[in-house]
Design a protein around this ligand. Sequence first.
Ligand code: NAD
Length: 469
Amino acid sequence: METQRQVVDRLGSAFRSGITIPEQFRQTQLTKLMSMIKDNEERILDALHKDLAKPKFEAVMSEVDIVINDLHHTIANFTTWMQPEYVSKNLATKLDDCSIRREPLGVVLIIGAWNYPLQLTILPMIGAIAAGNCVVIKPSDVSAVTGALIAELIPKYLSQECYAVVCGDAEETKALLQNRFDHIFYTGSQPVARTILQAAAVHLTPVTLELGGKCPCIIYGRVNIEAAARRLVWAKFFNLGQSCVAPDYVLCSPATRDALLPAIREVLEAFYGKEPQNCPDLSRIVTPRHWTRLMELLKRSSGKVVVGGESNLDDKYIAPTVVVDVAEDDALMEEEIFGPILPILTVESLEKGIDLINRRERPLALYVFSDESSVVTTVLENTRSGGFCSNDGIVHMTLPTLPFGGVGASGWGSYHGRWTFETFSHQRACMLRGWALERLNRLRYPPYSDNKLSWLRWTTSSKGSCSLM
Ligand code: NAD
């Protein structure tokens, strides 16, 4: 069996051979990737069910279709994205051919997390292929069944010279990271991101980080409470709360909380029935270890459980749970919850809510629910987050035309659609010059003089470019 080093070297040789450069090659690989997903949809859904008990409906939406839609969008557009982008010029460069070329980076490594194991490895791979890279995928060992399926299918459908899957746990990932890659695209937790950065620093490898954090949901002012409860419950308990963009906590006034609680109870029963544990539309916590972490958080909280709270370790089940009277320094506010527990914090005013958010790390997503557009605008303009969505949760990330990523501690860089292509491309600044305008060029050669300097400044100024372009 090939060692990790041999895999990386093999892909490096393929990249240097130039095989991934022609548009036709990339097109063929993307089309084969589409066939891989479509031919194996049932097996993919089965693997996701084995790993997380993902309901078919959620798995189709958030794993299969999001990948298929991004593939359609990329296949239809990447030829345009590949074209050189011509830039405006000044007088001194008027006769030159000045453009930005999108060039592949080389051999790139994609490390995925377990909560959406197909999406988080294949979605970045689409743009990496379209941009002409060779790719090593490292699926999460936690979602091992889907990881093994990806490892089986990729070599069957795609060029084995250019694309490889390496499975393994933390130790094997650390060993893999000792190899030199041209880019590392990491999705996962903030603590592991530090390990990734340390390994990348050795080779000065650029890194994209798709991390998590606590995504706030402010519910303020006049609100359609029934619709708000439906959208909040759906976004929070999709994948049983194990989404990086799930609303992590709610901020609202005491009056809104009192109206929201009965609405949430009603929606939960309408969605998942009186016995949610028997409902096939709820996933399960991925492992007993993750279940224990969540139950510990709940135990340490000083808040009051007003909805749910039931759990079963053998079934890796935790009921959709709502906790009120949660203080800002409560255990539930220490770290990303990443499970079906929703703390509700009350705030005296919108400004106090915004201030609470701004005192914490910048979140991956920020949600505001309100009928009042002034509330939405106030929150949008006075906060920072990777993405923003009003009156809904999660759905902003389903559009391949919007960049998806964090800011600050919630991540560096972005992807989806064209943004993935850009992430895996080097924007090479190219100036193709001839020998013309040598008289103008002489202005910059010694012997220097004030007169030459003032002419030179004019030919290279943006004023020169505006008046003469
Ligand atoms: P995880 O445990 O699956 O780890 C992620 C990857 O890192 C896996 O491939 C794993 O094998 C590898 N890994 C784990 N420990 C390692 C180590 N010590 N050294 C090197 N590699 C190691 O997933 P996780 O970290 O539990 O993922 C959950 C986190 O991911 C949450 O914080 C969530 O918000 C975030 N997330 C972010 C996004 C996003 O797009 N921004 C999407 C999904 C999840």
